[in-house]
Ligand binder design. Structure first.
Ligand code: ATP
Ligand code: MG
Length: 204
C-alpha cells in the first residue's frame, strides 16, 4: 500500500501517533489503578505556592505561547504561604486541568486564568478558560472515569477521559474538593482546594 516515500512517511507517522496514544492510555490506566488500589504512597511536604506554580507552569508555557493563548495568574494568598502536598501528583492535576483548558479552546484568542484564593486552612485554585464549555447535563459526569463529552468524542482532540477522574482522586486524597462550572460556548471554570502547611509557630 505504501507505494511512494510520501505515503510511507504518512503511514509511519500514523503508526507513531497511534502507538503514542496507546502508551498514554496504558500509563494513565496504570496510574489510575495504582492510586485506587493504594499501591502508591503520597509523598507530602511543604512548598511555597508561587514557587510551586511557576515550576508547574514552566513546562506548559511554551505550548500556550505557540497557540496564542493569554495566560493570567493571580495569587491572593498571603506571600510565603506553603502548601502541604505531594508535588508530583498535584502537578498531574495542574497538567490535566490546564491541558484541558488548552485542548478545548475554540476561540482565535484563547484565555486561561489561574487564580489562587485563600480559604483558611485550604486554598482554592481556580482555572478559567474561554473555550467550548460543557453542556449542563454533562457537567456532573466529567469527573467519571472514561467520560468524554459528546463534542470532544466527535472532535480530533485525543484523550482517554481518565484525566479528571485521576485529578479528583488525587485532590480528595489531599483532603480537598474539586468541581466544575461551565457555560456552553463561553468557557469553563474548574476549582479545586489544596491544604496549607500548618505553621507550627502560629499554632500557639
Ligand atoms: P485525558 O485527560 O484522560 O487525556 P480527556 O481530557 O478527554 O482525556 P478528562 O480530562 O477527564 O478527559 O475530561 C473529561 C471530559 O470533560 C473531556 O473529554 C471534555 O469533554 C470535558 N472537559 C474537561 N475540561 C474541559 C474544558 N476546560 N472545556 C471543555 N470541556 C472540558
Ligand atoms: Mg484531560
Amino acid at each position: 500500500v505504501a507505494a511512494t516515500p510520501d505515503r510511507m512517511n504518512k503511514y509511519i507517522s500514523t503508526i507513531r501517533n497511534k502507538a503514542d496514544d496507546m502508551a498514554n492510555l496504558v500509563n494513565e490506566l496504570s496510574l489510575f489503578a495504582q492510586i485506587y488500589n493504594k499501591e502508591i504512597e503520597y509523598k507530602k511536604g511543604g512548598v511555597e505556592i508561587d514557587e510551586y506554580i511557576s515550576r508547574c507552569m514552566s513546562n506548559l508555557s511554551l505550548d500556550l505561547e505557540t497557540r496564542k493563548i493569554d495566560f493570567l495568574y493571580r495569587n491572593d494568598v498571603e506571600k510565603g504561604t506553603c502548601l502541604y502536598i505531594d508535588e508530583e501528583k498535584i502537578k498531574r492535576v495542574f497538567y490535566n486541568v490546564i491541558g484541558n483548558a488548552y485542548k478545548y479552546i475554540d476561540k482565535d484568542l484563547g484565555m486561561i486564568f489561574l487564580h489562587i484564593e485563600d480559604a483558611g486552612k485550604m486554598v482554592w485554585v481556580r482555572i478559567t478558560d474561554n473555550g467550548s464549555g460543557i453542556e449542563k447535563d454533562e457537567l456532573p459526569l466529567i469527573f467519571e472515569r472514561f467520560y468524554r463529552t459528546d463534542s470532544s468524542r466527535n472532535s480530533k482532540t485525543g484523550g482517554t477521559g481518565l484525566g479528571l477522574a485521576i485529578a479528583k482522586k488525587i485532590i480528595e486524597d489531599h483532603g480537598g474538593q474539586i468541581y466544575a462550572e461551565s457555560e456552553k460556548g463561553k468557557g469553563t471554570k474548574i476549582s479545586f482546594s489544596l491544604p496549607k502547611k500548618v505553621d507550627e509557630k502560629k499554632k500557639i
